[in-house]
Design a protein around this ligand. Structure first.
Ligand SMILES: [Zn+2]
Length: 463
C-alpha cells in the first residue's frame, strides 16, 4: 500500500495549492504498524517547511507594495535568511525592496520577511531550550529533543547555552520589577488574609569553576520556598553575592503570589549567618522565625555531650551532675518552646558554672554550650512562642524549604561532582530553573512574545 501525505494551502482568495509532505509504503504483513518515529519527524519537518514558506510568501507579497500608495515596490536583490524552529532549520529567500518614491523618510530599502520573522530563532524553540536546560544537562537535553523532533541543524549546545543565558538574564531583570498590585481589600473593605503561611529560606553550595583558591571553591545559593494556604508552593533562587537587591526580588516573589507588604509574612530559617542576613533584609515584609527543628536538634547534641562528662570525685551518686545538667537543658528547651529565650539563656548560663573547666571533656562541653548560646543570642528576635504557633496550626519548621534546596540546587547543579559553575552562569540558570519548577516559564514567554499565546500547547486534533 502507498500512502501520501499532502498539505493543502488555501490562500485568502480561495486558491488552493498542494505541497507533498511524505510518501510512505507498507507492503508485507510484517511491516511496521503506523508511523515510525523517523517518518513522523520527517513529516513534521516537511509540514513546517511548507507552512512557513507559504506564510513567508504572504508576508513578502504584503510587503512588496507601498503601504501608502499601494504601488508595487522596486526590488533590490535577494538574500537568504536562516530561521531556526522546533521542527528544523529553514532557509528562506528574502527579497529586499526600495522605499517608494511617494515617501521621503524611512529606510532606503527593507526586507519584509526579516521584519515579519523578527528574529532568527522561533520563540517556541527558545522556550523549549530553556525548559529542558533547566531540568537536564545540555548534552542530555540536545540528545532527547533530537530523538523526538526534527531539530537537525536548528540548534547546538553552544547556541543553546547562549539562548538559555539570555532567558535567565531577562528573568533576572523581571524578578526585580514591581508587580502590578491588585486590591488587598475584600468586599467588606477589610485587608484580605495573606495567602501564604510562610516563606522558608535556606542556603545551598555550588562548586565554582576556575576558583582561585580552595576557600573560594564554593559559592552560596539562597533558596526561598513559599508555603501557601492552598495549592503548591513556589521557589526563588539566587547566587547570594550577585544579588544587588534581594528586597525587590522578594517583594515581587510575594506579590506574584498575592501577598503584599501590608500583610506581614513569616520568614522561617535555620538561623545560619547568611540566611539570617537575607532574612534581615526581608524584615520589611514580616517577622523572621527560627526553625524549631534546628533548636531541638542542637539541644539533643548538647544533652549527648553532657552525658559524656566524667565522674566528679566525692559525689554520692556519680551521675548526679549529669542529671542536673540534663535537667537544665530540658528547662532551657521548655523556655525556648514558650518563646522566652532570655530565660533559656539564664538557665544555660548557670549550667556553664556547674560544668566548669576541670577536665578536657568539660572544656569540650563548655565550647558546645557557648556555641549554642551564641546561636540563640544571635537569633533572639526570631524566637516566637512555638507552643502557641503549633496550637494555631502555624508552621514552626523549615523542612519544606530544605527539600526545595535539593530540588533547585542539587539535582541540576551539583549532582555530578565534575559539574562546576561560574557564579554568573549558575545565577542565570537558577532563574530559569525556578520558573520551570514553578510552572511559570510558559506564562513568562507568552508575556514577552504575545504571538505564542495564539499557539496553545494542546491543539484540538481532528477526529
Ligand atoms: Zn508609495
Amino acid at each position: 500500500m502507498k500512502l501520501r501525505v499532502q498539505l493543502i494551502i488555501e490562500d485568502r482568495s480561495g486558491n488552493a495549492t498542494t505541497a507533498e509532505i511524505a510518501a510512505i509504503e507498507r507492503n508485507c504483513p510484517d511491516d511496521l504498524i503506523g508511523l515510525s518515529l523517523e517518518e513522523a519527524k520527517a513529516m513534521t519537518g516537511a509540514a513546517q517547511r511548507a507552512m512557513v514558506q507559504a506564510q513567508a510568501r504572504e508576508a513578502i507579497a504584503a510587503g512588496s507594495v507601498c503601504a501608502n500608495c499601494r504601488r508595487p515596490l522596486r526590488k533590490n536583490g535577494v538574500h537568504r535568511i536562516q530561521y531556526r524552529t522546533v521542527f528544523g532549520r529553514l532557509d528562506l529567500e528574502s527579497p529586499r525592496f526600495y522605499r517608494c518614491r511617494c515617501l521621503s523618510t524611512g529606510r532606503l530599502s527593507s526586507s519584509p520577511l526579516a521584519i515579519w520573522l523578527g528574529d532568527h530563532v522561533s520563540q517556541e524553540l527558545r522556550y523549549l531550550e530553556a525548559q529542558f536546560a533547566a531540568l537536564l544537562p545540555y548534552g542530555a537535553s540536545v540528545g532527547m529533543l533530537r530523538a523526538v523532533l526534527p531539530l537537525e541543524n536548528a540548534t547546538s549546545i553552544t547556541t543553546w547555552k547562549r539562548h538559555v543565558i539570555s532567558v535567565g538574564e531577562r528573568l533576572d531583570l523581571d524578578a526585580h520589577r514591581r508587580f502590578p498590585i491588585r486590591s488587598t481589600l475584600n468586599a467588606f473593605g477589610l485587608p484580605t488574609r495573606n495567602p501564604l503561611q510562610a516563606i522558608g529560606i535556606d542556603g545551598g553550595f555550588v562548586k565554582a569553576a576556575n576558583a582561585p583558591s580552595r576557600q573560594e571553591g564554593w559559592f552560596e545559593v539562597m533558596v526561598a520556598k513559599s508555603l501557601p494556604r492552598s495549592g503548591s508552593g513556589r521557589v526563588l533562587a539566587f547566587v547570594q553575592r550577585l544579588e544587588p537587591n534581594p528586597t525587590a526580588r522578594m517583594e515581587r516573589f510575594l506579590a506574584e503570589q498575592g501577598a503584599f507588604p501590608a500583610q506581614p509574612t513569616t520568614f522561617l530559617s535555620d538561623g545560619g549567618d547568611s540566611v539570617r542576613r537575607a532574612q534581615g533584609e526581608f524584615r520589611a515584609f514580616g517577622e523572621p522565625i527560627l526553625d524549631w527543628f534546628h533548636i531541638a536538634m542542637r539541644m539533643t547534641q548538647l544533652s549527648q555531650a553532657i552525658k559524656g562528662l566524667p565522674d566528679v570525685p566525692g559525689e554520692t551518686t556519680p551521675t548526679d551532675h549529669i542529671n542536673e545538667g540534663l535537667r537544665s537543658v530540658r528547662g532551657a528547651k521548655a523556655y525556648l518552646w514558650h518563646g522566652s529565650p532570655h530565660r533559656a539563656l539564664d538557665e544555660l548560663g548557670k549550667l556553664t558554672w556547674d560544668i566548669g573547666t576541670a577536665t578536657d571533656r568539660a572544656r569540650e562541653v563548655q565550647g558546645k554550650l557557648k556555641e549554642f548560646m551564641n546561636y540563640i543570642s544571635a537569633n533572639v528576635e526570631a524566637i516566637p512562642d512555638y507552643a502557641d504557633r503549633r496550637r494555631h496550626g502555624e508552621p514552626i519548621a523549615t523542612g519544606f524549604v530544605e527539600s526545595a534546596v535539593n530540588q533547585v540546587v542539587s539535582k541540576r547543579l551539583v549532582k555530578k561532582q565534575q559539574m562546576r559553575w561560574t557564579p554568573h552562569g549558575a545565577h542565570r540558570l537558577l532563574q530559569v530553573r525556578a520558573r520551570v519548577l514553578n510552572s511559570q516559564l510558559r506564562t513568562d514567554f507568552e508575556r514577552w512574545f504575545p504571538k505564542l499565546r495564539a499557539a496553545p500547547e494542546c491543539v484540538r486534533i481532528a477526529a
